[in-house]
Design a protein. Structure first.
Length: 346
């Protein structure tokens, strides 16, 4: 996990941390987690080593320099993995590169499917750090059947070495609270990245406010500029516990993303009994099933109609959500990873 930057890596950080915790609970092998100095607590209860030789950084340039140095001169880092039977890179980037059998996790191929959303530099980086890593690894773990199909198609990988493993949700934390009343607010937990589609959501929200002028939209995730937000929209930086409280209070969680390799926020919202209106793009239909309302994310009127329907069916969705979410557990995620490790070691 050397490339982990707390608070920046988004859903990939949640995945890496929860995978470690899951393996500590149900894993059947001997593990060691390699951690950067920025995240010494990310081992999840597994034996861990903080690799001070890796020049971890929170800045983009510093991160690129650290990854480049580790790739060009990996000698000092390789001593940490020289006795390993299998090396897994859950954050995709192969730092340090190794000769022993390896597996990477590839969260999506958005840079290939929606290249116009990335700069030339970002596309070049992902081509080297993601695409090449996937081709050089013995096995590739992806987080949905949607991503598996895209990886096989776009990268030409052998389907037999690409494994779709769903992510999970901790229902001991993400669960309904019947004592909390829902409020006239919509929730969208997402950073303002281009594929998160905020502009169309704002257009849809304006349509919704015509009929419900008291409706509010709360955005979470770093990077929002409060002064630029439309009327009725507010941005908050929240802790994980505060986000759970918002899931329990919101009348609806709206998720208009143009592309998702999985979609943890809709799953978390469903686990909390929050009605969900989500995009029909990417892996979201696979994750949400029949427990959410799906809409075309490229049409603001469709987004507004999806929210209207989710609010109308709130009672039904509050019941369907937790039942659907219960199918996704981190223990199941960990066991499926363990099976890949065993296959690779064998």
């Amino acid at each position: 996990m050397l490339t982990l930057v707390p608070g920046v890596s988004g859903g990939s950080e949640t995945y890496a941390r929860e995978l470690a915790r899951g393996l500590a609970r149900v894993g059947s092998h001997d593990y060691e987690v390699l951690l950067p100095s920025l995240a010494p607590d990310a081992g999840g209860g597994l034996p861990a080593a903080v690799v001070t030789e890796y020049a971890a950084s929170t800045g983009t340039l510093g991160r690129l320099l650290a990854m480049g140095a580790a790739h060009v001169r990996p000698g000092r880092l390789r001593r940490y993995v020289e006795r390993a039977d299998v090396v897994h890179y859950p954050l995709t980037v192969r730092v340090p590169p190794v000769a022993v059998p390896s597996v990477i996790t590839l969260l999506d191929v958005q840079h290939l499917d929606l290249p116009h959303l990335f700069s030339r530099g970002e596309r070049l980086f992902r081509s080297f750090a993601y695409d090449r890593a996937a081709r050089d690894s013995a096995h590739v773990i992806v987080i949905s059947e949607f991503v598996r199909a895209r990886v096989v198609s776009r990268l030409g990988l052998d389907p037999d070495r690409v494994h779709a493993i769903w992510l999970g949700v901790d229902t001991t934390r993400f669960n309904p609270d019947p004592a909390v009343a829902r409020e006239p607010l919509l929730l969208y937990p997402a950073r303002p990245w281009p594929h998160k589609n905020h502009d169309r959501l704002f257009a849809a929200f304006a349509l919704l406010r015509r009929d419900s002028p008291g409706l509010r939209l709360v955005l979470t995730g770093a990077g929002h500029v409060p002064a630029s937000l439309p009327a009725g929209v507010e941005a908050r930086n929240v802790s994980p516990d505060e986000l759970i409280a918002l899931y329990r209070r919101a009348a609806c969680m709206v998720f208009p993303s143009l592309y998702e390799g999985f979609g943890l926020p809709p799953l978390e919202a469903m686990a909390c009994g929050c009605p969900v209106a989500a995009s029909s793009a990417g892996a979201l239909p696979e994750v949400c099933g029949d427990a959410a309302v799906l809409f075309d994310p490229e049409d603001p009127q469709a987004i507004a109609a999806g929210v209207h329907e989710a609010l109308r069916r709130a009672g039904e969705l509050e019941q369907r959500g937790p039942t659907r979410a219960a199918r996704f557990t981190w223990d199941a995620t960990a066991r499926a990873h363990d099976a890949v490790y065993a296959r690779l070691a064998g």
